[in-house]
Design a protein around this ligand. Structure first.
Ligand code: FE2
Length: 362
């Protein structure tokens, strides 16, 4: 057992910077079924931004929006569109973690400071990672409130669809930068490289990418990092980098224990998913062997299946949920498999490329 050189308890939340937090909250409440549990803004003492907290089981999302002209957040949104700004970690000791990260080469964003209200204190700091993405470091051991300092309790229940936790968050980085960020996660946050794909694994006639999966010391936080590889035409990673304006979070995978129920309900609520060629399901029994689910039901819903040494997994990818072809979601249901669906990459990419062709960006 090697030592965990940067203990992280869990991903506490994912914060998005958006133009209109109220509408983003409404979308996630009425599609993914999140409960809207918190609000902050003018009414809670904030002068120039507002936001909402949404929760479903162990997943917490915060939307933040600027509410006055000239807010620095607005400049970043103008560049990237609505985007994932922060994948925030809960850690044992914020000051130790921040100092360790900076001494190992991380760029500081916010030095450790205390935020408080009547329920206690929260320690907070943050460091920069790829692009305009940051990792906040948070500790709530001395806080007993229902939410966080600054938030007012909202009670707007969603209609939850069985999302349990964040399984992994994927970053897209520029050509030639993947190994730099792999090393950054190793050196700074003590992550380990779990599995790597190379362009022979993940290529289609037109596009290719390279990907390495980084996992935290306790294995609970998993961050695959992609970079484009040379293809005959522009890869989906190139498309992302162009429209996003640099490196950023490509997708967040949400884990469910009943993917058929979760995806049926998302489809009923109008969430668009990548389509999968019928051919994929004809080949499926040979590729993955015996599974519990009815293949016809999976085909109807467009759910993908992959197998590794430890079991199998079911997964599906939404189309981008923003106007730009940038952020999308994955729904994943693990039945023993701890991998990420390598066998589906080719089938998936062929499907993504059909969408790209429709946008004229292939
Ligand atoms: Fe994924």
């Amino acid at each position: 057992m090697t030592q965990d050189t940067f203990p992280i308890r869990r991903v506490d939340h994912v914060r998005h910077y958006v133009n209109n937090a109220r509408q983003s909250a409404y979308f996630y409440q009425h599609t993914f079924g999140f409960n809207v549990t918190g609000y902050y803004g003018l009414e809670t003492g904030f002068k120039d931004e507002a936001g909402y907290m949404l929760e479903q089981n162990d997943v917490r999302i915060i939307f933040s929006a600027p509410i006055r002209p000239g807010h620095p957040m607005a400049e970043k949104i103008a560049l990237h569109g609505d985007f994932v700004r922060d994948i925030a970690f809960e850690v044992d000791d914020v000051d130790w973690a921040f100092n360790a990260a900076v001494s190992r080469g991380a760029t500081a964003v916010d030095a450790p400071h205390t935020v408080q209200d009547d329920f206690g204190t929260v320690r907070h700091a943050s460091i920069a990672t790829y692009g305009d993405t940051i990792h906040s470091l948070l500790n709530f051991d001395n806080y007993n409130g229902p939410l966080r300092p600054g938030f007012r309790v909202e009670n707007q229940p969603g209609d939850p669809i069985g999302i349990q936790e964040i399984d992994h968050c994927v970053g897209n980085v520029e050509l030639g930068h993947m190994n730099k960020w792999v090393k950054w996660y190793e050196d700074v946050l003590g992550f380990k490289n779990l599995i790597s794909f190379d362009d022979k694994d993940i290529s289609t006639e037109y596009t290719a990418l390279m990907s390495k999966v980084m996992a935290s010391g306790n294995g609970r936080v998993k961050f695959p990092i992609n970079e484009p590889a040379e293809g005959r035409k522009k890869s989906q990673i190139d498309e992302y980098l162009e429209f996003f304006g640099g490196a950023g979070v490509q997708h967040v995978a949400l884990r469910t224990d009943d993917i058929i129920e979760t995806v049926s309900r998302l489809r009923a609520r109008g969430v668009p998913f990548l389509s999968v060629p019928r051919h994929y399901y004809d080949m499926l029994p040979d590729r993955v062997g015996e599974i519990d689910e009815d293949i016809e039901v999976l085909a109807e819903l467009g759910i993908l299946v992959d197998r590794d040494d430890e079991g199998y997994l079911l997964q599906i990818f939404t189309k981008p949920i923003t106007d730009r072809p940038t952020l999308f979601y994955e729904i994943i249901h693990r039945k023993g498999a701890k991998s990420f669906g390598k066998g589906n990459f080719k089938a998936l990419f062929e499907s993504i490329e059909r969408e790209q062709a429709l946008r004229g960006t292939l």
